[in-house]
Structures are given as C-alpha cells and as structure tokens.
Design a protein around this ligand. Structure first.
Ligand code: ATP
Ligand code: MG
Length: 232
C-alpha cells in the first residue's frame, strides 16, 4: 500500500530523516518506534505531505505521491492523525467531523452522514457531545475525535502519531484495542509510538528509528524480544 524508499526530509535548520525505507502492506499494523526526537513526527509529516521530501520516493498504491500536496494524499486514502490530536478546540465535535470529510468533494451529504453515524457508533461517548466544543472533551475523547475525523475521509492507510501520548493507562489500552479493530476492518496502520512494548504487542512488523535512520526492523514479536527494545 505504502512504499517508502530512501526518503530524506527535514526543516530549514537541516535534514532530520536520512534514507528511510519502509513499507506498510494491506492489512498490517506497522510500528514505528523511536525515542524522543528520533524523527518519527518528521517522517509522518513527510509521508502525509505537510513537509516536502528532500530526496527519495513515496509510493501509495503503486502511484508516486512524493510530489502531491497533502489534501491530494488524503483523497487517495493516506490520512495522518498528527501528534497532539490537533483538533479544532473552538469548534464542536460535529463540526470537527464535518471537516474530516471536507476534502472529499465527491462525497455526497448522504455519504458524509453515513460516515458520521459510523464514527458515533464506534465512539459512543462522542455522540452526546456532538454539540459541545471539542476543547471541553477529555484527552481520551479528543484522541477519539482526532481518529474519528480521520475516518471521515475513508482512509486506506492511517498514520497515527503517538496516539497514546498523555492518556491514562486505561485509555491507552482502549486506544490500542481500537487500533487493532481498525486493522481488522481493513485499514492498514503506521503506528508511531515511544511506547515500544504496547505498540509491538498489536503490530505485525516494526521499524526502529534512531537519529532519523532505521536501525532495526522485522517481525513485531522478534523486535519485542531484541535487547535494544526489551531494555527500554
Ligand atoms: N518544526 C521544526 N523545525 C526544526 N526542527 C524541528 C522541527 N520539529 C522537529 N524538529 C527537530 O527534528 C528532530 C526530530 O523531531 P521529531 O519531532 O520528528 O521527533 P519524534 O521522534 O517525533 O519525537 P517525539 O517522540 O518527542 O515526538 C528533533 O531534533 C527536533 O528538534
Ligand atoms: Mg513526535
């Protein structure tokens, strides 16, 4: 589905991601593990098109997308849930969800309504909050809203950047269960996390990013046992 080859990306201050190659296949959860500052978010932004690729290739469903603007990538089905949720705190829950469908011009009002209903069915706590401003939701509810907003655009591959960040252990468990259920409904997932143990527990494969380079990759179960991860 998503094939990344020797990708380089960074900021005006300098490159951060160096020659990263990775793949997300249909039906997979792929963990992207790395410490604080390893470059996980920078990589996620380059994949979704928020940051330009300095060199290297990104293919999505056999089409080169490295030169496409971010909204086009969303339309194709590559959707990024950024670190820190980035919901519109001053808008209502319902308005946030509407914005998730905004990029899909061909999506009819009826289709958007069906999708909204599916999001509320998946996240029942959001339904009674539909008219509340999103800034008043709890951290866990805001993460559900951020994922719900992404689901409005019918993703084929979801890039989730630190979905467990700042959540209580019970909510972290719920979010990881949710991610596994998304995979089971056919959405492939690139899961960027500092929490190596929990993300490898639900992932099929994983990549370890250090200083912007892939240092280790393989089956999730094998990676979880590697010394590098087990001691974290
Ligand atoms: N907007 C920016 N401008 C310049 N440098 C940045 C910017 N954002 C991040 N960086 C730098 O890029 C490097 C990688 O940061 P990045 O946020 O991608 O790491 P991360 O793995 O997502 O870390 P974390 O686990 O803390 O989210 C760091 O050295 C950081 O200082
Ligand atoms: Mg990050």
């Amino acid at each position: 589905m998503l094939m990344v080859e020797k990708l380089n990306a960074g900021y005006e201050s300098g490159p951060v991601i160096h020659d990263v190659s990775l793949e997300v296949r249909a039906g997979e959860i792929v963990a992207l593990i790395g410490a604080n500052g390893a470059g996980k978010s920078t990589l996620a932004k380059a994949l979704s098109g928020i940051l330009p690729a300095l060199a290297g290739g990104i293919r999505f469903q056999d089409q080169s997308i490295a030169g496409l603007p971010a909204p086009r990538r969303v339309q194709l089905g590559l959707v990024h849930v950024p670190e820190g949720r980035q919901i519109f705190a001053g808008l209502t829950v319902a308005q946030n969800l509407e914005l998730g469908a905004y990029g899909l011009r061909r999506q009819s009002a009826a289709a958007a309504a069906t999708r909204t209903e599916a999001v509320y069915a998946r996240f029942p706590v959001l339904r009674p909050r539909a008219g509340d401003v999103a800034g008043n939701l709890s951290g866990g509810q805001q993460q559900m809203l951020a994922i719900g907003r992404a689901l409005m655009s019918d993703p084929k591959v979801l890039i989730l950047d630190e979905p467990s960040l700042g959540l209580s252990p019970i909510l972290v468990k719920q979010i990881f269960e949710l991610i596994a259920s998304l995979r089971n409904q056919g959405i492939a997932i690139l899961l960027s996390e500092q929490n190596a143990r929990m993300s490898l527990a639900i992932a099929d494969r994983g990549y370890v990013l250090e200083n912007g380079r892939i240092m280790l990759s393989g089956a999730a179960a094998a990676l979880a046992k590697s010394d590098d991860i087990a001691t974290r």
